[in-house]
Design a protein. Structure first.
Length: 80
């Protein structure tokens, strides 16, 4: 069992209703974790539209999470 902290920004923060949460999980990758969160909380952004960072570094969706990881799912940002 891993304990990971998830940080939500922009649209994901609005949809989730909070900016940070720590969860215990047996899931192994950010892809699995996001799929579970997407289904549980009806998040509207599909994984292909996001980037993922673990401990302040961009990683592949297949990264093997470690206990204590800090995970950020980064939605697209509009700029001008």
């Amino acid at each position: 069992m891993l304990s990971v902290t998830i940080h939500y920004f922009a649209k994901l923060r609005e949809e989730r209703g909070l900016s940070t949460e720590t969860i215990d999980t047996e899931l192994e990758t950010p892809a699995q974790l996001y799929k579970m969160l997407e289904e549980t909380h009806q998040l509207s952004l599909a994984q292909p539209h996001l980037k993922v960072a673990v401990n302040d570094e961009f990683v592949d969706w297949s990264y093997l999470m470690q206990n204590g990881d800090s995970i950020v799912f980064i939605p697209p940002v509009a700029g001008g």
